[in-house]
Design a protein around this ligand. Structure first.
Ligand code: IVH
Length: 671
């Protein structure tokens, strides 16, 4: 009886494993998922729970075993059965002609040679060893002979199958490739590093290397690593005749191969490919530093053999570098559309990857201080894809005497309003808001938008026209616009002009929450505007409130309170608001009522990954119903809403006996 049960369970485990592997492949290798994430998670959890109850059914290559391994104290070393070689470099077309000539001479060949042209990925080389179809070792290149065992880390890369696909798999299959990080993933990771006050990575290559060489694979699991494979290593099967067939075979085994790869003929084919990819370089989702040309015929490859540690049958044709050295001539402050003050290095012009760079961002004050960039410094600048060029680091040895640390200004260089840094935020912002020219157009667009004052017909283009023609300089000026002025604008009909004037007239009748929201005070969204209006009842009361009083409003924390307070402290903001009221903007009086709110006065804590809602969304939903959403669990907590993988908050809630709800339960409560 027990054995049949176990047998059935084993069958289910196999089924689930197969399905999960298949969907992993669809998602991470083919980029064509065929089931929603929630369904995947459901299958995954089912497997997890069977394995938890019957550990004897858990195999090392189970999809559940990608994460959770204990941290290592050091990496073991791995001897490569076949050495991992490097490539000779070529920098010009001439170098490629010489390369082809050497090959033809050695092969005694008159015809042009067939090559496979592959993007040279900028990451780090890895060797994946499969025995009887199962991934047993993943090793870095190291010195080419001995690498490091990073198996636990590589298992967290979902595009790497833990078991090779297909039947008829040779007992030993070693697949080699490059682990890298996509440009977008890199940008997101660095953004997160900055937000956590951690050091950002200099480039995707460093980020990939740093992530793969973590002793704790649980950290690697959070890093968005990708892989493309490009060769076989040790292999007990029969090799195909050509390298492009090897690549197909690798794909059949279920591993990703770069989709740009092409088989080409002769130098001409190589150069064509090179130029095509170079043109597309900025649009590729990952960074490459050149093209590798490989002789296609494996028989020819073995005839050609090796010189020192590089094959004679392959060469890397390098692209122009993405990092160069230059000098900082000045550091200026740019004011963005949201008022963020960004330090920008003005550079001695330098060519980086085919483009002349004269400016590079220093991101924010923290980054600037961390890198300690000074006027006069020699710096390394980097430009990749359509990302804004940035200063990577200072070459300290080249720093001239008498340089000084850069200090951020205390006032906005555009409108001279106070520039402030809110605690816990990396950016320094101009508090000029409606008044600051740098923020003007955006402020007016926001003011007129549907969820704010909802002025029909006043779209982004028209706002730009009105500002550019000097007809308005703040939102209040909108209400003194004359029909003749509007009708005289380019591409504006008499009828539309009249419609706009009418819409503005109608727009004067609004609500206090809308009006508050339309002012564009930082972090005051629609929900906050509504609670503020309900709490204070009048604009006047909000404008006069101090930070402490503002904080006593349900969803107003210290940061928002500070933003609101600063906004109304600025004389020019008060002037604009007064001008608006003088123009006749009005709203019905508010009667503060908390009774209708379903969660009035309840304190709620969120934990874990939510499926249906973004955390912020759910937070706002709850707050709109009168709940206070808190970051930590205490005796005062009424409910904890738990998603998947909840953290310590979950345990704490359990120990305090606090009611724990899942997403559907909270939905039911709100309904
Ligand atoms: S083939 C025998 N192909 O470049 C040749 N390498 O300088 C072995 N790389 O360590 C390498 N993309 O990390 C090859 N399509 C590609 C490549 C590639 C990137 C890296 C790899 C290797 C280094 C050699």
């Amino acid at each position: 009886m027990a054995t049949t049960n176990l047998k059935q369970l084993q069958q289910r485990v196999d089924e689930l494993t197969q399905q999960l592997e298949y969907h992993n492949y669809r998602y991470y290798v083919l980029d064509e998922p065929s089931i929603p994430d929630v369904e995947y998670d459901r299958l995954f959890r089912e497997l997890q729970s069977i394995e938890a109850e019957y550990p004897q059914l858990r195999s090392a290559s189970s999809p559940t075993q990608r994460v959770g391994a204990a941290p290592l104290s050091e990496f073991k070393s791995v001897q490569h059965v076949l050495p991992m070689l490097s490539l000779a470099n070529a920098f010009s077309k001439d170098d490629i002609h010489d390369f082809q000539k050497r090959i033809q001479d050695r092969l005694d060949e008159v015809n042009e040679v067939e090559f496979v042209a592959e993007p040279k990925l900028d990451g780090l080389a890895i060797s994946l060893r499969y025995e009887k179809g199962l991934l047993v070792t993943a090793a870095t290149r190291g010195d080419g002979t001995t690498g490091e065992d990073v198996t636990q880390n590589v298992k967290t890369i979902k595009a790497v199958p833990l078991r090779l696909h297909g039947d008829d798999i040779p007992s030993v299959v070693e697949i080699r490739g490059e682990v890298f990080m996509r440009t977008k993933d890199f940008a997101r990771l660095n953004q997160a590093q900055l937000e956590k006050d951690e050091k950002p990575f200099a480039n995707p290559r460093n980020a990939a290397a740093g992530s793969l060489r973590q002793l704790d694979s649980n950290i690697t699991a959070t890093r968005p690593l990708s892989i493309y494979c490009y060769a076989l290593g040790d292999y007990s099967g029969t090799l195909p005749e050509k390298h492009d067939e090897v690549l197909k075979l690798i794909q059949h085994y279920g591993l990703p191969v770069c989709p740009e790869i092409k088989t080409v003929i002769g130098v001409k084919g190589c150069i064509n490919f090179y130029e095509n990819i170079l043109r597309k370089r900025d649009q590729l989702a990952y960074e490459i530093d050149g093209i590798v040309y490989k002789v296609n015929s494996l028989q020819q490859q073995s005839q050609l053999g090796f010189v020192s540690r590089a094959p004679r049958w392959a060469i890397a044709h390098k692209f122009p570098a993405q990092e160069e050295m230059t000098q900082v001539e000045a550091i200026d402050i740019q004011v963005g559309r949201t008022g963020a003050l960004t330090p920008v290095a003005r550079l001695k012009p330098v060519q980086v990857a085919g483009v002349t760079i004269t400016n590079a961002t220093l991101h924010n004050d923290d980054e600037l201080q961390r890198k300690d960039v000074r006027v006069g410094d020699t710096v390394i600048v980097r430009r990749a894809g359509d990302v804004i060029p940035e200063v990577v680091s200072v070459v300290k040895e080249k720093r001239p005497a008498n340089t000084r640390k850069f200090v951020m200004p205390t006032h906005c260089p555009v409108c001279h309003s106070l520039a402030e840094r809110i605690e816990g935020e990396a950016v320094i912002r101009c508090s000029g808001g409606l008044f600051c020219e740098a923020q003007r157009k955006e402020a007016i667009k926001h003011f007129a938008s549907r969820r704010a004052m909802d002025i029909e017909g006043l779209g982004d283009k028209l706002v730009e026209q009105l500002v550019d023609e000097n007809l308005i300089s703040d939102v209040a000026d909108l209400f003194s616009l004359k029909w003749e002025q509007v009708a005289a604008l380019d591409r504006m009909g008499e009828k539309s002009a009249q419609n706009l004037i009418n819409a503005l007239q109608q727009g004067k009748s609004t609500t206090l929450p809308r009006f508050l929201f339309s002012l564009g005070i930082r972090e005051v969204g629609e929900a906050t505007a509504r609670t503020l209006a309900m709490f204070f009842g009048s604009l006047h009361a909000i404008a006069l409130a101090d930070v402490e009083t503002l904080q006593s409003v349900r969803d107003v924390g210290p940061v928002v309170a500070q933003h609101i307070h600063t906004f109304f402290q600025q004389a020019h903001n008060r002037e604009v608001v007064q001008k608006l009221l003088d123009a006749g903007i009005h709203w019905p009086v508010i009667e503060v009522s908390a009774k209708q709110q379903k969660l009035n006065g309840k304190t709620i804590v969120l934990t874990g990954t939510l499926e249906k809602y973004k955390r912020q969304e759910l937070k706002e939903l709850l707050q709109a119903q009168g709940a206070k959403v808190s970051g930590s669990v205490s005796k005062k907590t009424d409910y904890v809403i738990a998603g998947t993988d909840p953290g310590s908050k979950y345990e704490k809630a359990q120990s305090l006996g606090i009611e724990i709800l899942n997403e559907s339960q909270i939905e039911a409560l709100l309904a």
